[in-house]
Design a protein around this ligand. Structure first.
Ligand SMILES: Nc1ncnc2c1ncn2[C@@H]1O[C@H](COP(=O)(O)OP(=O)(O)O)[C@@H](O)[C@H]1O
Ligand SMILES: [Mg+2]
Length: 271
């Protein structure tokens, strides 16, 4: 399939780490997001493939977005992008946590959180206020699950616009978990290719609370219990999943990407 994007189609979106250019193709009902700092598309795809082996699909009323990697032509250049099926149904809108809280409280959520004295109180505040306001009783478990996924794959981009809900006619629903592309050390500008992965991993901090991944995950689990069940992966299993997506990246980088992704998952799943 030939996928061609030009400037006029661009949908401007910003995230805390710059803005991955993205397009929505109405014909195929699919979103495309270009790689910007490294191998984000590969990370999205690998993480969603591995999450298929978890308890999420069968145990919860919420799910995660499936991503694939595609070659696209954007602004006349060959680029790598991740694709995902539009998860919004007719009449549904996505509303991020920042936006939701703007409806609930009269100061920005960030400022409200700064007033609280511990991460435990901050997590409880977000989890329980959201559940109360939307009627989504399992939102605390949903939030815990997100922090568990981020801790496993070292995704440091879980800001308050990467946690969201769906809204339709004033009723809320869980949003499929999306935007894991910053995981697995994909930002090769920040996490350089010539530094060994274990050293890089020590520099990555969890968001939204700027603490360690273990602490953020453990705090949520101490409040709401463990949610994610996922088998420990062997390096062969990880490489089998990776194999599908490496071909989208230059041959010279494939070995180092394999090493980074494998070390990252093998190390993180121990903790
Ligand atoms: N599969 C999808 N279905 C519906 N909306 C999507 C999809 N993928 C992206 N979007 C829209 O694009 C926004 C940004 O997507 P995200 O994956 O967070 O990109 P970024 O990495 O640039 O932050 C989302 O908040 C949502 O509005
Ligand atoms: Mg995002």
């Amino acid at each position: 399939m030939k996928i061609n994007f030009v400037t006029g189609d661009k949908i401007a979106e910003t995230s805390s780490k710059g803005n991955q250019e993205k397009w929505f193709d109405a014909v195929s009902d699919t979103w495309y997001k270009l790689d910007q700092f490294g191998y984000e598309a590969l990370s999205e795809a690998v993480i969603s493939r591995l999450l298929e082996k978890s308890n999420i699909e069968n145990n919860f009323p919420f799910n995660f977005v499936r991503y694939d990697v595609k070659n696209v032509t954007a602004h006349k250049h060959k680029r790598t992008a991740c694709s995902s099926k539009n998860f919004l149904r007719d009449g549904q809108a996505i509303i991020t946590l920042s936006h939701l809280f703007a409806r609930i409280i009269d100061i920005p959520l960030k400022n409200m959180l700064e007033r609280l004295s511990s991460d435990k109180k901050r997590i409880a505040y977000i989890a329980e206020k959201t559940a109360e306001f939307t009627g989504l009783e399992l939102f605390p478990q949903y939030l815990t699950l997100i922090f568990e996924i981020d801790a496993l794959f070292l995704n440091d981009d879980r800001h308050l616009n990467n946690i969201a809900l769906l809204e339709c006619d004033g009723k809320y629903d869980y949003c499929p978990i999306f935007d894991n592309g910053a995981g697995l050390l994909s930002n090769t500008q920040l996490y350089r290719m010539d530094i060994e992965p274990k050293a890089l991993m020590r520099e990555v901090y969890a968001r939204p609370f700027n603490t360690t991944f273990n602490r953020q995950r453990n705090t949520a689990e101490s409040l709401y219990g463990k949610q994610l069940k996922i088998p420990a992966f062997t390096s062969t299993e990880i490489e089998t999943v990776l194999k599908h997506f490496l071909e989208f990246y230059p041959e010279r980088d494939r070995g180092i990407i394999t090493d980074r992704v494998t070390v990252c998952i093998l190390e993180r799943q121990k903790l």
